[in-house]
Design a protein around this ligand. Structure first.
Ligand SMILES: Cc1ncc(COP(=O)(O)O)c(C=O)c1O
Length: 394
């Protein structure tokens, strides 16, 4: 095939954008990675996963390596249900689908709901990969700003009201990360959680609640939107990437059973039975609550280190939110184009993500940068922030 003329319209439109995270592969190996939304290497349980693989093969021989895989896969579903129950989300087995990470869940949801003309409401800023996924299916977006209490639901209401008055299409989906948001680190307040649920009922749209960081609270655990939803309008997406290991590609989606069976229809065999069985075996022997307690402590400390380094080394004109959980600090550096600054930062040995990648309209995010405290160790965090501070205020 000499060109892409035979590709579907959706795919041709998608290929106009650059591949997700393309620029990240240009980061020199020796850089301090304040860009990475990866777990800390020391917190990835490689020995535990290795032991789980060995047990699985010893006990079940070839079984986990077939298409249908090991019977342990259904145990994984029960384990995830148990974790969700602990957060006041009570769902039946046919209301839960295991996916290849949260990203596959988002992609399947987009596939099921979105036609070319479908309007999707997103947060501004939002998780860049989700934005890229949605862009593969539609170009109709409504961006609603996020502040330190999360999504500005008053603004969402105004937009919905205006659209209804003017006979414009109401979004079918709202994609939100209400808890320890990527990239801003903020958490939606309880009032706004109630408000967004009221709006979903009044204007009849689904809320896709991306809860990838939901269990990584440094203080009080927040209340998932799904646990407050009385009208089955919340579709809850979760992941073990941030609390176990992203390479295992284990995520899920919880929602009404008709939706789950449609998603399962399209998912087909495009997930990993071996990884799922291994994860079930790992969780079986793991004290998961203890694991979460230690992740919360370690990330909470690293977050504190980053905030005090920012206070010490960044100019007074810079501002940020202090996150109550998750992986990220979102910084505004007045008058600085953070994409231009990145070249300099990389040459000095520190990487971050320029803000523009998190916005539908990239011109909006030029003064922002996302810093991650999850991957780098405490010394690297201090050193990286000091280097960045020097570049910003020479
Ligand atoms: C908000 C959010 N959702 C989903 C994901 C991806 O999750 P997974 O690895 O399960 O696909 C990430 C990873 O960075 C994320 O930040």
């Amino acid at each position: 095939m000499s060109n892409n003329s035979s590709f579907s319209k959706n795919i041709k439109n998608a290929l106009v954008n650059s591949p997700p995270g393309e620029w990240m592969s240009t980061i020199p190996e020796e850089c301090i990675r304040l860009n990475s939304g990866y777990p800390a290497p020391t917190l990835v349980p490689s020995e535990g996963i290795k032991a789980a693989v060995n047990r699985l093969i010893d006990e079940e021989k070839d079984l986990p390596l077939h298409y249908i895989g090991s019977p342990q896969i259904s145990r994984l579903k029960e384990q995830i249900q148990t974790r969700l129950n602990e957060r006041d989300i009570y769902i039946k087995s046919d209301e839960l689908l295991i996916t290849s990470g949260a990203c596959q869940a988002i992609d399947l949801i987009a596939r099921i709901f979105i036609d070319e003309e479908t309007v999707v409401a997103i947060e501004s800023p939002t998780y860049m990969e989700a934005l890229e996924i949605f862009k593969n299916y539609t170009s109709q977006f409504i961006s609603i700003p996020v502040d330190h209490h999360g999504l500005q639901t008053d603004r969402l209401e105004e937009v919905l009201q205006e659209r209804r008055e003017n006979g414009l299409t109401i979004p079918k989906l709202l994609y939100t990360i209400p808890t320890f948001h990527n990239p801003t680190g903020t958490t939606m307040s309880m009032d706004r959680r109630q408000h967004v649920l009221e709006l979903a009922t009044k204007y009849n749209f689904f809320i896709v609640e991306d809860d990838a960081y939901g269990e990584l609270n440094f203080h009080k655990p927040p209340v998932p939107l799904m646990s407050l939803d009385k009208n089955n309008l919340v579709i809850h997406v979760g992941s073990l990437s941030k609390v176990v290991a992203p390479g295992m590609r284990i995520g899920w989606v919880a929602g009404p059973s008709e939706l789950i069976s449609a998603l399962a229809w399209f998912k087909k065999d495009l997930d990993h039975p071996f990884a799922q069985a291994t994860m079930a075996n790992f969780i079986e022997r793991e004290d998961f609550d203890k694991r979460l307690t230690s992740l919360r402590e370690v990330y909470g400390e690293k977050c504190k280190v980053m905030i005090s380094a920012l206070e010490k080394y960044f100019p007074e004109s810079a501002s940020w939110y202090i996150p109550a959980g998750g992986y990220f600090v979102w910084v505004k550096v007045q008058g600085v184009d953070t994409e231009v600054l990145l070249k300099q930062a990389l040459s000095k040995g520190v990487a971050y993500v320029p803000g523009k990648y998190f916005f539908y309209d990239p011109h909006v995010g030029t003064e922002y940068l996302r810093l991650s405290f999850s991957y780098a160790d405490e010394n690297e965090i201090r050193k990286g922030i000091k280097l960045l501070g020097k570049i910003i205020k020479p």
